[in-house]
Design a protein around this ligand. Structure first.
Ligand code: SF4
Length: 155
């Protein structure tokens, strides 16, 4: 990496937004033309919390379901399978490994990465509202409130 590249601020980015096929259904969510200007301004560090905790592609989808401990990231078809703690641990490890991180660009509406528009479900799996934050994004915000978090819909 040349000196110019090194001097750009480091932003992490949901890997699917870079065009990587890491979504549960094997697809991506590539941003398109705006990636050119993002790459010109920032060093981009791709991350996919769900892949990082060992979930493969394709994988059964998860959603956010209310429990006595708040909202949890669980398998839709098998809600006793709970990935909340693993996603929180991954958030902590990202911050620990990349202290120079200035912000994260996150895929909106995801139960892991979402920033305020993720669907929330009650204890029985019935839809409640679409104003939740993903577990990874919530934990990042809790651990390092000063970090800039940008949903892809705000780009
Ligand atoms: S939204 Fe987040 S967890 Fe889902 S595929 Fe994209 S990077 Fe992975």
């Amino acid at each position: 990496m040349n000196l110019f590249e090194q001097q750009k601020p480091l932003f992490a980015i949901s890997s699917c937004l870079l065009g990587n096929r890491v979504r549960y259904d094997g697809k991506d969510q590539a941003l398109g033309d705006i990636l050119v200007s993002l790459k010109a301004k920032y060093r981009l560090l791709p991350l996919c919390p769900e892949m990082a905790i060992g979930l493969g592609v394709p994988r059964p989808p998860i959603h956010l379901r209310k429990s006595s401990e708040g909202y949890r990231a669980v398998l839709i078809d098998q809600p006793e399978t709970d990935y909340t703690q693993a996603l929180c641990d991954y958030a902590a490890s990202v911050l620990q490994q990349h202290p120079e991180l200035k912000g994260i660009i996150l895929k909106q509406k995801s139960p892991s990465c979402g920033t305020g528009k993720t669907k929330l479900f009650d204890e029985k799996g019935t839809f409640m509202s679409a104003d939740g934050w993903g577990v990874f994004a919530t934990e990042i915000q809790k651990l390092q409130p000063s970090l800039i978090l940008i949903g892809d819909d705000a780009l």
